[in-house]
Design a protein around this ligand. Sequence first.
Ligand code: CUA
Length: 231
Amino acid sequence: MQIEPIKAKSEQLFRELVTKLRAIFAARPGDSTQTEPIKAKIERLFRELITQLRAIHVDHLERKWIAISIIIIAFMVGVITVDALFHGVNPPSKVETIDSASLHLSKEFAEENLGVQVDGKGNVVVRMVAGRYSFFPKHIDVPAETAITFRWVSMDVLHGVHIPMTNMSTMIVPGYVAEITTTFPKPGEYPLLCNEYCGLGHNHMWSNISVVAKEDWTAKANAPSPAPATK
Ligand code: CUA
């Protein structure tokens, strides 16, 4: 007996279903064929489909693989759910909105406020603006082994930011503030790359970050600061 492959058979069934559904919706209300209510018709169609699908012969080995792939998918969805509910893994934005067109007029993201700052509680906060095609400021120094809170905004389109070999990576969606707190364990020079396609200059969109040893950085921060933060 020639067994039809499952894929071909199920494709054929779905094509038939679509044709029948189209016929149902194309029929005019006054049509003589339209005696049965639409809902009943659709229900009957789906019942028929299920019966036909059940009738398809599935090899036991194939059945096994179908089960294995469903288990893998269920496992992955489970991991994501557990992470989201118990490990706080979720999108970085706290749905904090901002007007992208007037960033330069905003208190927080005005030009003199960008870059690295230490707030009243001693937390290191970095504010940066992404725009085609760079991150501003172009270069920043941050201390190693210190929690750093990055606050990102976009002044035009969707960008992403990624610092290779660290866990610093987020989308920067126009209209929203993306906030991430992270720690860089090792001093060094890191590039800061855009990882969302944002236009012709996308692959030239980058900036630099120097992670300096904690002791050296404190010294630097105590030197006369370039511009006092005005609020
Ligand atoms: Cu910005 Cu790609």
